[in-house]
Write a protein that binds this ligand. Sequence first.
Ligand SMILES: N[C@H](CCC[C@H](N)C(=O)O)C(=O)O
Length: 331
Amino acid sequence: MAELFKVHGSDNNFFLLDQTALTAPLPLATLTRLTQRITDRHTGLLGGADGMLVVSADPAAAGRMTVINADGSIAKMCGNGLRTVSRYLSEKTGAKSFAVQTAQARLQVHEAPAFAEGVPAFGVEISPVSFAAADLPFAQLGHEQIIDTVLPQLHPTLRFTAVAVPNPHLIAFVDESELKSDTLRALGERLNAQNPYFPEGVNVTFAAIEGPNTIFARTYERGVGFTNACGTGMSATSLALVLAHPEAASLAVPLTVYNPGGMVNTIVHQDDGRYWIELIGNATVTDQISIPEASLKAGTFSGASSTPTGETTQYTNFVEQLPYRDIVAAV
Ligand SMILES: N[C@H](CCC[C@H](N)C(=O)O)C(=O)O
C-alpha cells in the first residue's frame, strides 16, 4: 500500500504524494491523469482538491516539489502547497530549516510558531520576482511593465500590477463591493481562455485594503478557477501593495492577508535590489490515505481508504475567530 495525504494552506487544498516512498517514481503523464481524476470536485476523492503536490528526491535540497493544477497543467510554484510540503519534509527528516527545490528555484523554508493549538505553521521563500512581460508572459497591452496601471483592454478604471513570482499574477486593489462582485470571475475566465493578452493564462487577484498592513485577497487561479486562497497570489499582492500603496504597507514590515480560507502573514524584502517575499501560514494535514500502488501506477485512486487526522476541527476553530467573516460569507 502507498500513502497519500490531503493537506491545505489557508484551505487551498491538495493531495500530497511522496514519490520516494514508491517502488518506482510515476511518469509525469500518469501523475497528470491521476491529478485530473482525484481532484475532480464531483467524482474525485474526499471532495476533490485544487491540485496535487508531488515530492521527489533532489540531490541539493531536502526534496523537490512538483505542482500539478486540477486541470492537469503544471504550475511553476505553489506557496500554500510549499508550506505543507515543508511540514511533510520537516517531519520526515527532523530538520526545521532547509531548502526545497521547485520548478524554477531552490527556496528556503522554515518551521514558524503555530498559529493556534493544532494549527502548525511554516514560512517559505517566494522568489524569483520579475515584472518583465516575457516572464508572465503578457502581450498587446501597450506596456513593458505593468505596475499600478489602468489597462483599458481589461477594465475601464481598475489599476493593475502584473508580476511573476514566478507564477504569473495580475492584481488589482478594489473596494469591498467590487471584491464581492462577479468582475473577478469574468476577468479570470476571460484571461484563462484563449486571449491575446495573457496567452498562457494568469492568476488574477482582487484585494481590498482593510487598514495599515492589512488586506483581504481573493484569487481566480490559472488551471483551477476560484480557490480559497493562493499563496503566491497573496505574496505577489503584498509586493504590489508596497509598490502601489506605500501609505498602507512597507518593505520588511509584516502584513496580514486575510482570504476566504483563513489568513497568512507576508513580509516583502528587497535585498541587493532583488525582491522576495516571505509567506508564513498554516500547514495542515486533514486526511491520511492508503492506496494500492497498482492504482497509482494506473493513474487512478481505486481502492483508496482514508482516515481524518482531526486537524480540521482545530483549523475551523482558528478560522471562525478571524475578522472579515462577512466577506467570506459573501464570496
Ligand atoms: N495555489 C498556489 C498557486 C498555484 C498556481 C497555479 N494556479 C498556476 O500558476 O498555474 C499557491 O498557493 O501559490
